[in-house]
Design a protein around this ligand. Structure first.
Ligand code: PRP
Length: 214
């Protein structure tokens, strides 16, 4: 791990199913349908970890035998995919939290400048108090994540986590420098970025692969 990365704010999910499916995602010969299936499974495991710090409220529940202690979620969950590729991770979270509301941030990375370009945003109300999960399969330079986190904070979000499949050390460091409060949940920290700012070894362009537009 890069010595400057704050590991207390980084969860790298270590699981045999994740390792197996990540290999399928990395393989350039994987079909769109197999890519989607592997992405679906990994994102469920990531979501499980991303939701670990969700606060609870103690309640009482009556079983058929007696009254006992139970729990309700104490905070609303809002999922915010960064379009397009982030859409592929939303379903994993709504499986756990079916009532989660969903915001959208439209952003693509300019191929020449590698800078994020915003084209759409729509957030649900109540983001100030919500447990916000920003999702995107790739954290490369971190430009898209930084723009998105900055925007969410501008709108009042205080409790943000970033969930991604694959990350580069550069992107993690950039997020941690500007937003040390934001935890990152990822399935892999890859080696580096190449000259085109693609993650190496990575898996190519996640959006193109999940939507079959490559
Ligand atoms: C990819 C990816 C991230 C961004 C990561 O999106 O899904 O949003 O690039 O790069 P960064 O960390 O350097 O900003 P892309 O521009 O390919 O758009 P798409 O999701 O529409 O395919």
């Amino acid at each position: 791990m890069h010595p400057e990365i704050n590991e207390s704010k980084l969860t790298v999910v270590d699981h045999p199913v994740v390792a197996r499916d990540l290999t399928t995602l990395r393989n350039k010969n994987t079909s769109t349908s197999d890519f989607r299936a592997s992405l679906g499974r990994i994102s469920i495991i990531l979501a499980y970890h991303a939701l670990k710090q969700l606060p609870l409220r103690e309640v009482s529940v009556t079983t058929p035998i007696q009254e006992t202690k139970g729990y309700h979620l104490d905070r609303e969950v809002i999922v915010v995919p960064i379009l397009r590729a982030g859409l592929g991770l939303v379903d994993a979270i709504t499986r756990f939290i079916p009532e989660a509301r969903i915001g959208h941030l439209g952003m693509y990375r300019d191929e020449q400048t590698h800078q994020p370009v915003d084209y759409y945003s729509k957030l649900p109300k109540g983001i100030e108090d919500a447990f916000v999960l920003l999702v995107d399969p790739m954290l490369a330079t971190g430009g898209s994540a930084l723009d998105s986190i900055g925007y969410l904070k501008e709108k009042g979000a205080k409790n943000i986590r970033f969930m991604c499949l694959i990350s580069a050390p550069e992107g993690i460091l950039n997020v941690q420098k500007q937003h040390p409060d934001v935890s990152i949940i990822t399935a892999a920290v890859d080696e580096k970025l190449n000259d085109d700012k693609f993650i190496v070894p990575g898996l190519g362009d996640a959006g193109d692969r999940v939507f079959g537009t490559g």
